[in-house]
Design a protein around this ligand. Structure first.
Ligand SMILES: Cc1cc2nc3c(=O)[nH]c(=O)nc-3n(C[C@H](O)[C@H](O)[C@H](O)COP(=O)(O)OP(=O)(O)OC[C@H]3O[C@@H](n4cnc5c(N)ncnc54)[C@H](O)[C@@H]3O)c2cc1C
Length: 409
């Protein structure tokens, strides 16, 4: 059983162990201290580097404009024990213990923040010149590749593929993006919204090949299933990510069909004293009436505050955010807030062929999501309107000259 101390009549954990020293893990440790937790906090991370932020990896770090992206956190001053280069191998919830290569590790409360790992392209293991982009090591391996200005083939026209293609063009490489679906971001956005984004590839000098499946990768070339052969000094695979939860298999912690840790609305898992947060966990969204698995930075920032509050137990809270993310691609600043379904009504603000436009999704007259390209004010106002569940007037909403907050019904 867990050891608890009695303070002010409430039962408080003495030792919190966080697995994963990415954004969600670091923010959990920091939030515990910010919210006054005085017990021991241990942060265990598999990577050897000082904890760092991932978004710059596909942007400034890749282009050598920034050396790294380490978090500006003084772990020592905060009394957070940081254990890096240590992979947690498993958890035994009934013993309240983790297994690490260095031996068992006890906890009172455990936070799972092991993030996500990139999906690999089958059959390319060991082929030279094939890269992923998830870690600082990946970005550092890719930097000299860009500097050599090779022909680069990017597999996958998702967020990472688009950002990598942007950086590679900026570095002077020839870039072909190969996408199995009929358009970029097919998993995230409907065809009418992806259509103007498709044009950004050509405008930036990137060749986009849709309906194109990789048959195999050879040294120096990617062979597609229609037989075409693309010269490739390097191949970057960006076909998605999945929760890094293999280490939890058989532990009793419930995993969902996508490998996600199934958390409740307080970000508690199926076993006592174990929470989950960030890219590794899904949670039930009361706001959207479905379980969400969010692989974006803001979720790894907001979720930890709820986890810390629930661990401390003074002002426990429900986690029900309006998801948010941004992407910088082909000279555009793209932001998305909320969550939409194909049945939702779309309303456009501005000309999608132009440099700045927004698309809004309405459900029963209320704003549920928006995508803003070069219109950060729309995003900021829209996010608040989504949070408030405000009814909108579609005719007013369609006028890009009218502030979004002045388009309410
Ligand atoms: C290149 C790139 C660019 C991105 N750009 C954007 C962007 O522009 N906008 C946006 O909103 N989002 C962006 N994201 C997504 C965002 O970075 C992630 O959502 C965020 O990093 C999730 O944080 P996390 O802590 O949950 O997971 P992670 O960042 O994946 O951290 C988890 C950590 O846990 C460690 N770990 C895993 N298993 C174990 C184990 N068994 N034992 C010990 N340690 C373990 C991992 O090594 C890792 O360091 C980007 C992601 C990448 C990869």
């Amino acid at each position: 059983m867990s050891e608890q101390t009695q303070e002010s009549g409430t039962s408080r954990p003495r030792r919190v162990v966080v697995v994963g020293a990415g954004m969600a893990g670091v923010q959990t440790a920091v939030a515990l201290r910010e919210q006054g937790f005085q017990g021991a906090v241990t942060l265990i991370g598999a990577e050897p580097h000082q904890p760092y932020d991932r978004p710059p990896l596909s942007k400034a770090v890749l282009l050598g404009k920034a050396e790294g992206s380490a978090f500006d956190v003084d772990f020592e001053a905060l009394g957070i024990e940081l254990r890096l280069g240590s992979e947690v191998l498993g958890v035994r919830p009934y013993d309240h213990e983790l297994d690490t290569a260095e031996g068992p590790e006890p906890y009172d409360v455990l936070v799972l923040a092991s993030g996500a790992e990139p999906i690999r392209l089958p059959g390319v293991e060991g082929v030279p010149g094939v890269h992923l982009l998830r870690t600082l090591d990946d970005a550092e391996r890719l930097r000299p590749v860009l500097a050599r200005q090779h022909d680069i083939v990017v597999v996958g026209a998702g967020w990472i593929g688009a950002e990598f293609a942007t950086a590679a063009r900026e570095a002077g490489c020839s870039v072909t993006v190969v996408e199995a679906a009929d358009r970029p971001l097919a998993g995230a956005l409907p065809a009418e919204v992806a259509a103007p984004m498709t044009a950004w590839y050509a405008d930036s000098g990137v060749v986009l090949r849709t309906h194109a499946r990789v048959e195999r990768v050879e040294a120096g070339a990617v062979v597609l299933d229609d037989g075409s052969r693309l010269p490739a000094g390097a191949v970057v695979v960006g076909i998605g990510a999945r929760p890094a939860t293999d280490w939890l298999t058989g532990s009793g912690v419930e995993l969902g069909p996508r490998g996600d840790v199934v958390a409740d609305d307080h970000l508690r898992t199926s076993v006592p004293d174990v929470y989950a947060v960030g890219d590794c966990a899904s949670f039930p969204s009361g706001r959207y009436g479905e379980r969400l698995l969010v692989h974006h930075w803001d979720n790894a920032l907001q979720g930890p505050r709820t986890v810390a509050a629930n661990i401390i137990g003074e002002t426990p809270g429900v986690y029900d955010p309006v998801p948010y993310f941004w992407s910088e691609q082909f000279g555009r600043f793209v932001q998305y807030a909320g969550h939409h379904e194909s049945a939702d009504t779309t309303v456009w603000r501005g000309d999608p062929a132009g440099p700045a436009w927004t698309v809004c999704w309405l459900r029963e007259g209320r704003l549920v999501a928006l995508l803003a390209v070069g219109r950060p004010r729309d995003l900021a106002q829209g996010r608040r309107l989504i949070e408030a569940g405000t009814r909108m007037d579609p005719a007013l909403l369609g006028d890009p000259a009218r502030p979004l907050k002045a388009a309410t019904a």
